[in-house]
Design a binder for this molecule. Structure first.
Ligand code: COA
Length: 243
């Protein structure tokens, strides 16, 4: 396969070449384009089609988000301004217990689940610009709050409650009990993290993919594993030296 040529004179230099390459999907369609060619010629047929597809996707997402926001507000959820929905999500329980802050990005398959029975009722509060990638679930019996700019990788699962586990009675028949979860501002949870009841995740902390948070994490650290434990500060300094 030919390579991009970003050095020879008269040849498109990256990142333009790379951008156009992305639009055409296949680098061999766009190599050896010269500065004198029109944009359409440089893009090629495939590139134009992709550009069109991307524009259509963006337009569709804006239209869908606007309508979906109205629908969720009609159900009683508090949904801020300019929230982007990349597809339908599921609100299970009482939508009035869900707050989605301004400019959040909510991907397909997200589930926000409150329990509208029993002594706890659940409440989910997402701050501004929170990003929930595909298939994130937040299940609240008490309260889950998420700070501004926090991102959840695909498939993260947050649950602030447990079934009772006393022996002698089926666990499904025992009342749930829980404790609030507070996830700070500018936190990044890698794909498939699990966060359990009663924990706080400090501002600016990273939890590595598949981490299980069962104890509170301080601010500004990278935590990994099951259970998730801080291994370093975000700047890279190991915790033992940084403390
Ligand atoms: C947590 C993460 C950001 C750390 O990246 P990093 O700063 O480059 O950290 P390092 O690779 O130096 O890892 C530090 C230590 O943690 C371990 N570690 C890193 N990620 C881990 C994980 N997910 N689970 C268990 N251990 C992990 C490393 O093995 C290393 O251990 P060591 O010091 O004993 O060798 C990254 O590993 C990660 O999990 N990213 C998530 C990606 C993702 O899910 N993206 C989804 C899209 S939002």
């Amino acid at each position: 396969m030919k390579e991009y040529d970003d050095t020879s004179p008269g040849t498109l230099a990256l990142p333009w070449g790379a951008w156009i390459g992305c639009l055409a999907h296949d680098a061999k369609d766009v190599v050896k384009t010269t500065a004198s060619q029109s944009l359409l010629e440089r893009l090629g047929e495939k590139g134009v089609r992709n550009l069109f597809r991307i524009a259509l996707e963006i337009a569709w997402r804006h239209a869908f988000s606007a309508l979906y926001t109205v629908w969720l507000r009609t159900l009683g959820a508090r949904v801020g301004r300019k929230v982007h929905f990349y597809g339908p999500m599921r609100l299970i329980g009482d939508p009035r217990r869900v707050t989605i802050g301004d400019e959040c990005l909510i991907h397909r398959g997200v589930r926000l689940w409150t329990h509208d029975y029993g002594p706890g009722h659940g409440e989910i509060v997402l701050g501004r610009r929170v990003m929930l990638l595909t298939d994130v679930t937040i299940n609240s019996f008490v309260r889950v709050t998420v700070g501004d700019f926090t991102a959840f990788g695909d498939g993260c699962y947050v649950q602030d409650n447990d079934h009772g586990t006393e022996p002698g009675t089926p666990m499904m028949l025992q009342p749930s009990h829980g404790a609030p979860i507070e996830i700070g501002r500018d936190v990044w949870l890698g794909a498939r993290c699990i966060v359990l009841k009663g924990v706080t995740v400090g501002d600016g902390t990273v939890v590595g993919a598949a981490g299980v948070v069962v104890k509170s994490l301080p601010a500004g650290v990278v935590a990994v594993g099951m259970p998730a434990r801080p291994v370093k500060h975000r700047g890279g300094e190991p915790l033992s030296r940084a403390a």
